[in-house]
Design a protein around this ligand. Sequence first.
Ligand SMILES: *Cc1c(COP(=O)(O)O)cnc(C)c1O
Length: 412
Amino acid sequence: MKLADTGLTQQDIRDLVNTYMIETYERYDFVAERAEGMYLYDPDGNAYLDFYGGIAVNNAGNVNPKVVAAIRDQVGDIMHTFNYPYTIPQALLAKKVCDAIGMEKIFFQNSGTEANEAAIKLARKYGTDHYNSKKYTIISASNSFHGRTFGSMAATGQPGTANQNGYGGMTPGFVYAQFNDLDDFASKVDDTTIAIMLEPVQGEGGVHPATQEFLQGIRALCDSKGLLLILDEVQTGWGRTGSLMAYQQFAIRPDIVTMAKGLGGGVPIGAMCTTRRIAASFTPGTHGSTFGGSPLCTAAALAEVGEIMDRDLPGNARRMGAYLMEGARTLPHIREVRGMGLLVGFEFDSSVNALDVKHEALRRGLLTTAIGTSIIRVIPPLIVTSFHIDEALSILRDAILVTCGELASAHA
Ligand SMILES: *Cc1c(COP(=O)(O)O)cnc(C)c1O
């Protein structure tokens, strides 16, 4: 939809949203009317350089032509039919994903939190099937993020935050251990433990990558205790960190992996992959989803995954991620730059407020995200080039200096 066709103004759009929507989002003050590649455009034609990629979703670029063509083709054939008939794009995507990442079975959902619900349910069901009905505890990491529904929310290791406060208590069966602390995880294992659930890089928690020793140690711990390793690759998956799945760079394989954000190129889709043996605990009637794996969304994802693989976007993420991190270390007031591939966090010293930097960068045409008040996270589409990175770092440099009062905004 174009604003010009509605007879409304940008302010009208903001007013409608503010009046009628339940607002749990801190809005960016512009109307996004159109997008292409590395840019979003407002109705006046102002361009915004996209370094948040719809929150790590638009991996093959905004409005990727191959994804658009796949959706256009599919939408006229069949959009939705529920999972009783076999459908063609679903079959092709299932094989493509499993083959690409070394997994055997897939279950389709509509989002990251749902993919994690499927993983949690499958692990618990597996515990009941193979051990006993008391074996369902999952150990996850402090400061993790796994989603906003009750199971994923309980797996999220953020007690006492707005994510969890005020909801009448969390789903039982979750305990937290310190991320990157193998001994702490080992000490939390008991007779009720069935799985360990982790992000290879904690995204929402401030961009903290797991160490090699930690993830490999967790794999060995799971093997020795008969536990399932669940990796949440909702944010890290589909090329973001420099390989299709981040775990490929840790030389391990999880028992269950979840994905969503980067899988569909912008359509809502999530998935959980596992082995044939573990998958056997889900049988007809034990789990399901009305929309999960619809022809429309799987056709889009098939095109997106094709683009990511055919154009070696993980390779570009690796190269451009290194270039971005090197450049970011020269920004003023930087305390630490960390990340993996194109999931990068810039942590500032206490003289900088990351929220102010985010808003100032937006005024200068750059989209980023802030985590708390000290971290800027950048998660651009994986088609980003050094030209875009130079531009983004230059805008960020000015935004940092302006918000610290070290550069007059008129000079911009
Ligand atoms: C975004 C995210 C989720 C939740 O995904 P939704 O699609 O928003 O439900 C879960 N886990 C991780 C690691 C995420 O980054």
